[in-house]
Design a protein around this ligand. Structure first.
Ligand code: PEP
Length: 245
């Protein structure tokens, strides 16, 4: 059986200011054990430099929350993959449901961002997930399969990338997919991946992961860690989640 190193990534979204993020960061750095899981922090762009400098001597990696599909040019408000590399980013989230739903990012646009990340040597964390209406219409696999396939057909190689299954109905709602519900979709996703990287690819679960449900989710066969929103803003909760992975 292939051993996949668990990954726990914090998605701080557009939360906090230096006044609150500095103590959070310090507490996470100080409290992290030297366990097996890889840990990444994804702050807003403007805090990448601060976070990258703070974690430089720790085992914490830095990630961004999005990346432009373009390499450079007149794209006001966008940030390129090369810029993220300048700040030692290893990871970048692409296709988060908030980007898809609030900023109209399409499957094709997400695939283009994924390619730009890959081309620059960043590890994309590709988010996929269905809405409640889609789940209730029994369309979970169709939606997740479509989102995944849009990227798989646009890239030459998927190896090294990370997938995050994030049911939209579980994000920030306090409603978590049961370990069995999540495992079923993770197994489906794994089955869709190219055979050459199917067993090695890490598939994270995201959606109201908390200190008290992390261990049971992470114990499932195809769940290789988590993408953590709300709970990552609480150092103690985030550390407990990291230590459960
Ligand atoms: C997310 O938005 O990626 C997420 C998982 O959020 P939360 O943990 O708050 O549900």
């Amino acid at each position: 059986m292939v051993q996949r190193r668990p990954l726990v990534a914090a998605n701080w979204k557009m939360n906090g200011t230096l006044a609150t993020l500095r103590p959070l960061l310090a507490e996470v750095i100080a409290g992290l054990d030297d366990g097996a899981a890889e840990v990444a922090l994804c702050p807003a762009f403007v805090y990448l430099a601060e976070v990258a400098a703070a974690v430089a001597d720790s085992r914490i990696a830095v990630g961004a929350q999005n990346v432009s599909e373009y390499t450079y040019g007149a794209y006001t408000g966008e940030v390129s993959a090369a810029m993220l590399k300048d700040y030692n980013c290893r990871f970048v989230i692409v296709g988060h449901s908030e980007r898809r739903n609030l900023y109209a990012e399409t499957d094709a646009g997400v695939a283009a961002r994924f390619r730009a990340a890959q081309a620059a040597g960043l590890t994309p964390i590709l988010c996929v997930g269905e809405t409640l209406a889609e789940r209730e219409a029994d369309a979970t696999e169709a939606v997740v399969g479509r989102q995944l396939n849009a990227v798989l057909t646009a890239v030459d190689d998927f190896a090294g990338a990370v997938v995050a299954y994030e049911p939209v109905w579980a994000i920030g709602t306090g409603r978590t997919a049961s370990p069995e519900q999540a495992q079923a979709v993770h197994a489906f996703i794994r089955g869709q991946l190219p055979a050459a990287c199917r067993q090695q690819t890490r598939i994270l679960y995201g959606g109201s992961v908390k200190a008290d449900n992390a261990a049971t989710l992470f114990a499932m066969e195809d769940i290789d860690g988590g993408l953590i929103g709300g709970a990552s803003l609480d150092a103690r909760a985030f550390l407990d989640i990291c230590h459960a992975a």
